[in-house]
Design a protein. Sequence first.
Lengths: 98, 483
Amino acid sequence: MRTERLEFSSQAYSIEAAQKAAYRGLDKFTVHISTHEGSLVCELSLNLGVSEEQLPLLVQEFKKDILDESLREKIGAATSDVRNLILGIAFSRTNLSG
Amino acid sequence: MFRSADSYASEGNVELLPFRFNRLLSGAYLLTNLVGEHVVTSREILEDLVSGQLNRDLPIFADLRAKHFLRFDGETTPLELLALKVRTRSARLAQFTNLHIFVVSLRCDHSCPYCQVSRQSEDRAAFDMTPEIADKALDFCFQTPNRAVKIEFQGGEPLLNFDLVKYIVLRAKEINEHEGRNLEFVIATTLSLLTDEILSFCREHKILLSSSLDGPKDLHNKNRPRPGQDSYQRFCEGLTRAREWLGFDRVGALMTTTQASLPRVREIIDEYVRLGFDGIFLRPLSPYGFAIKTKGYQSYNVSKWLDFYKEGLSYIIELNRSGVPFVEQFTAIVCSKIFTNTDPGYVDLMSPSGIGIGAVVFNYDGNVFASDESRMLAEMGDHSFRLGHLLEHTYEDVMLSDSLLDALERSFTLSAPMCSDCAFEPFCGADPVYHHATQADPVGRKPESGFCQRNMGVFEHIIDLTSNDPEVKSLFLGWASRC
């Protein structure tokens, strides 16, 4: 089974971002995630039935996904308070309590 | 006096409002806010937006501000408007369960290989609903908080137990004299057993007929075998008579896509146009019941269905351009969710899921199921979504059952893995029964989910078409407003 080892700076990417990116690809590959001397190590293994020819493309997709997940983290951190406020306003005075 | 343009100039710091994004196959990015208002843009613009570096003179800055992706410091109106829209989109939740499905008989004169439940049997006692069960089901119906109550008769072929259909309609109308609900009746029928007596009753009580047409004669008869191989002929004759008795638009038809349908989408659409229908619902097979047993479900994958759907939609757009008004109904529902702030209430695209709170099913034997698919699953021996029994359980027992509430809570898309980050989430829904049936888990792993792949494929195609072709966008906006 072909495996691809990728290293990311753990200052640039969080474990959560790597986990979410790994989840997105689970129909094609599995990812073993670990940390090593300030790096986030992701080892991609193709699922049974997925051809090795697809590996470069899947690695590329994984790199894009981890970048996207990092951006989502930034948006989440910047907007979670206001999101809760909006939902609070939306569902206040609904007579659903009690 | 109007204020000068300068008084509207943007000032102060920019603050992000909640939004999600997806990377599309084209490389562009789709951004959606809490209520599904959307923008398609580049990675560069997205990064500038998140880092606060977006040039305020760009047209997209105004677009993003108008659609509440950002606000200036201290502005409260965007929050109030977003809250109002969130509340509007969720308004239906307080008025749950509109659709009540009565399975009045499992007996059927057809033996469709993809059908989940029907029985070829003369044994009325074994497969027909009784008046006692029907009375309990009606008591249940009128406990819904919804002011609109739709009663749909399904089977098997419900016309094989038409005496009970009549009993239920008359009794429901009697109860409704003091309930005052907006009461509506539908019979899902092949039209093969229509009589003047049945049509007269349907006309008197304003009952809609919902039928099945799978395409041209040979395809329809192949998909829907019955003794004499005359399903298509009976459908056409029944359609003509039903339209004469009830009115042209009082009879609808649904199609099911089988492997044999895949190369013939244009012929199928032509058949619907020829018979005077104004639209079609290009439906895939469901992974339940006999469809799985007969290997029908595995005979094509999501990718092949998406090709079928896209070719069909392209042909329907061509028809409209040539002056033939015709709608693809699933696209219309999705467009309503993408382009308007109203939720059409389509059970498969609801979150919380539509099971139980969008529709509930009373089986012929008194069992209550969370959806039509739930009873199909039960026919395969899996009773996970059996919510109770009409002779043993109260309305509260059923609607507050763990089987229902656990599935609704666990599959809620705003907290489900991947769904909670997905820009398509405002357009999509939760389907715990599908994921239970295919992955033995009501949430399901979305990258492996046919439901997710199919819906994402449809959403992305619609976003792509409407972003690149103003004529198509105008057409789809018209469809959206019909829902």
